[in-house]
Structure formats: structure tokens, C-alpha cells
Design a protein around this ligand. Structure first.
Ligand SMILES: NC(=O)c1ccc[n+]([C@@H]2O[C@H](COP(=O)([O-])OP(=O)(O)OC[C@H]3O[C@@H](n4cnc5c(N)ncnc54)[C@H](O)[C@@H]3O)[C@@H](O)[C@H]2O)c1
Length: 389
């Protein structure tokens, strides 16, 4: 069994999810010819990096991503930092021949994302993207139903990503509220997942007409404080700072083949926690999914008798995509880190088989083009084509 030495850069919320997924991988996917080894974790200071190495199970720690990226022992660089660092780390990693897994969004904008995509292609390294949600069996099965023609000709898609983690105006001005560090707001953060699912299920998005809004225009500046475990928390000071990105967005789109689409994302939608959902209507039926009940897929077939027509709940189990890797009975259920584990498993297979990762940096770049087209549409109050080429 060959080992892949992983360098995790950034040990926050998502760094923990990646670490759990890497730990699960050998148990869930014993057939994987490559297995990850949690070699080194990087964070901004010794306290954070050292604590992360202990808690998340890495052999070593560092505070210097540049030296880690050029360490010959490292095979795969896993970028899980705030968005402004994705580009420099990815380009440095590509130039030293490392395979790269990068969290979404790929970078701050479409131009930078294209440059990163060009660099990894030139270097011939594998590049995977953190659009993990599409890896869950229910969403993969939705694609299967569409492919089998069970929905008929798809004519409408409506997707939402609503949550309320940002609803408190006293919540500090973290990097997610700053354009220089995040690139954009909820549109580049949550909404990119909904865009990814739309592209995954329908094909390319062609044009958009969008509207975005900042709901809480200023927030207390954070004070960097550390909790008992040494994790940085976003304590708040008295001074206020400006939020220069969006908290809410609504996008009308046309996908290839003339499919009508609607997307909405909002991080101040009280009562919604992780409501990543979509509904698809076609000539033979419909599909509905909601991440908060992520082991369920709702399917309606127009072949059903009139009296029995309506949505039926399919509970994911061993017969559905990736089901053989999990539990022998439907309804035992899997969750967030398993979606991340499937994504890593497929990237390791892409390394072995010399195939493309799915999703990869090309998807990351295309999605940034869609985000940028939507922001331009908002500014210019018109429909905008998503892609120049
Ligand atoms: N795919 C998903 O579902 C998903 C979910 C959440 C976050 N994300 C993405 O993951 C990335 C990280 O988000 P998060 O929620 O984990 O953020 P976070 O703020 O919780 O963690 C970021 C970590 O990066 C560290 N960091 C900052 N600068 C660094 C540097 N120079 N070197 C090393 N480490 C550094 C921070 O100290 C922190 O520990 C973002 O790009 C975000 O968009 C993806």
C-alpha cells in the first residue's frame, strides 16, 4: 500500500473536516491503492499549529507554508486557508510538482482562478476541488435518475443555500466579510456549492441575471483571542469595520438546452441552518433534495397512477452510489465527513489512474466566472453571459 504524505494548510473549521475524512479513508475505502498519511499541518502560529497536530493527528507541524510546500516528503498539498491564500499556495505547490486539493472558491476572482488552472495543467499535477456536497449518494443518485431519463427532459431547476450563522450584527468582522480576503460574500461562499450542483446535474450555466445585497453593512472588528484548546476565536472589539461583500444573492440563470434556473443564497436567513436544497422538474417527473436531510432523495414519477402521484422518499442505502462502502442497511445514514472522504478517495484514484479529478480546478475556474458574471449583472442591471469561451 502506497502512502501519500498530506500537508494540511489551515486547521480551522474545514481543516478539521478534511482531517476526519483523511482518517476515515482507509477504513471506508480499503480498496484504495493509495492511502493518505497525515504528515504535516500548517497554521499561523506555533500554538495553533502544534495544537492542531496533536488534536487532528499530524506527524509534524509548521507555521511556514512556503517551506512545507517545497518539502520533498510532501505529495499532496491540501489548501484550507482563507480564500486570499489559495492562489499563492496553489501556484507554489504546482511549481514544486505537488498534487493539490483546494477548498472552494478556487481564488478571489475568475482571472486568478484561470491562472491557477493554467499552472496546474502546465505542471501536470492532479487538482481536486472541495465541492464535497455533490459527492453525497443522494445527489449522485439524482444525477443517475436524470441520466436514465426518469425525469424526462429537464426544464426547471431551483436551488437554495440558506443559513443564519451571520444574522447577529454583533458577530465580528471575520475574513468572510472582507473582499480582500474572501473575494466576495455569500455568492462566492455558500452559493458556489449551489452553482456546482446545478452544473453537475444540468450541464454548463450560460447566462445570468442577478441581484446581491449586504444586509449588515458594518460589524465589530475582531480581536484575536485563543480559547482553552488554543483555537483562535473571533472575539469582538468595540471598533466597527465595513462589510464590503454581499450577505444575500438571487440569481436567475439559463443553463444549456434552455433550462430555466433560480438560485438564492443568504447567510442571515433566520431558522435555516444548512439548507442546501434543490428541486428539478422535467417532462416525466421531479426530484427534490435538502442537505439537512441528506440521506433522503425525493422523487416524483409521472408514470405513477393519478391517485398515487406525488413525491416519494428514497432513503439512501447499499444500492445507491458509493453505498457499498458504507452500511448494509438503508437509513443508518452517513454525513458531512463521508462526503469529503469520497472526494479525497476519488482524487487518490485519479492520481493512481492518471485521470482527471471530478470536480477539478477547471470547475473551480468556471464557477468563479459564473460568480463574476452574476456580480456584473447586478452592477449593470442586465443579463450577462457566464463564459467568454
Ligand atoms: N467545502 C465546504 O463545504 C467548505 C466549508 C467551509 C469552508 N470552506 C472553505 O475552506 C477554507 C477555510 O475555511 P474555514 O471555514 O476552515 O476557515 P477558518 O477561518 O475556520 O480556518 C482557516 C484556517 O486557516 C489558518 N490560516 C490563515 N492564514 C494562514 C497561513 N498564512 N498559513 C497557514 N494557515 C493559515 C487560520 O488560522 C485558520 O486556522 C475557505 O476557503 C472556505 O471557503 C469550504
Amino acid at each position: 500500500m502506497h502512502k501519500v504524505n498530506v500537508a494540511l494548510i489551515g486547521s480551522g473549521f474545514m481543516g478539521k473536516a478534511h482531517s476526519l475524512a483523511l482518517s476515515e479513508l482507509s477504513v471506508l475505502f480499503p480498496d484504495c491503492p493509495l492511502q493518505p498519511h497525515k504528515y504535516v499541518v500548517v497554521d499561523v502560529n506555533e500554538e495553533l499549529a502544534k495544537t492542531a497536530a496533536q488534536n487532528l493527528g499530524y506527524e509534524k507541524w509548521s507555521t511556514d507554508w512556503e517551506s512545507v510546500v517545497s518539502d520533498p516528503q510532501v505529495t499532496l498539498v491540501d489548501i484550507v486557508t482563507p480564500n486570499d491564500l489559495h492562489k499563492p499556495i496553489a501556484i507554489a505547490a504546482a511549481r514544486t510538482g505537488k498534487h493539490i486539493f483546494c477548498e472552494k472558491p478556487l481564488s478571489l476572482n475568475a482571472q486568478d482562478s484561470y491562472q491557477i488552472y493554467q499552472e496546474v495543467e502546465k505542471a501536470g499535477v492532479k487538482h481536486g476541488m472541495g465541492f464535497h456536497y455533490r459527492k453525497i449518494p443522494a445527489i449522485a443518485y439524482a444525477k443517475e435518475l436524470i441520466r436514465q431519463g426518469k425525469v424526462g427532459e429537464v426544464f426547471a431547476f431551483r436551488g437554495f443555500y440558506l443559513n443564519d450563522w451571520a444574522k447577529d450584527p454583533n458577530g465580528p468582522l471575520s475574513w468572510r466579510f472582507q473582499k480582500a480576503k474572501a473575494g466576495s460574500g455569500v455568492i462566492g461562499d455558500q452559493c458556489t456549492h449551489a452553482i456546482d450542483i446545478a452544473r453537475y446535474l444540468l450541464g454548463e450555466l450560460e447566462q445570468v441575471c442577478a441581484w446581491v445585497k449586504t444586509l449588515i453593512p458594518e460589524r465589530p472588528l475582531p480581536t484575536s483571542v485563543f480559547d482553552a484548546l488554543g483555537r483562535k476565536t473571533e472575539g469582538r472589539g468595540k471598533e466597527m469595520g465595513k462589510v464590503d461583500v454581499d450577505d444575500a444573492c438571487a440569481i436567475l440563470f439559463e443553463a444549456q438546452g434552455g433550462i430555466l434556473g433560480i438560485l438564492e443564497a443568504n447567510r442571515c436567513a433566520s431558522g435555516r441552518k444548512n439548507y442546501l436544497s434543490f428541486e428539478i422538474n422535467g417532462s416525466r417527473g421531479s426530484i427534490y433534495f435538502d442537505w439537512e436531510r441528506n440521506n433522503e432523495l425525493w422523487y416524483c414519477s409521472n408514470d405513477d397512477r393519478f391517485e398515487e402521484h406525488g413525491y416519494r422518499r428514497l432513503l439512501m442505502g447499499p444500492g445507491h452510489p458509493y453505498g457499498q462502502y458504507f452500511w448494509p442497511i438503508a437509513g443508518i445514514n452517513i454525513g458531512y465527513t463521508e462526503a469529503v472522504a469520497i472526494n479525497f478517495y476519488q482524487m487518490l484514484q485519479a492520481i493512481v489512474n492518471d485521470t482527471d479529478c471530478d470536480p477539478d480546478f477547471e470547475d473551480g475556474w468556471r464557477i468563479e466566472e459564473i460568480v463574476e458574471a452574476a456580480l456584473r449583472s447586478h452592477e449593470e442591471k442586465r443579463w450577462v453571459l457566464c463564459h467568454a469561451v
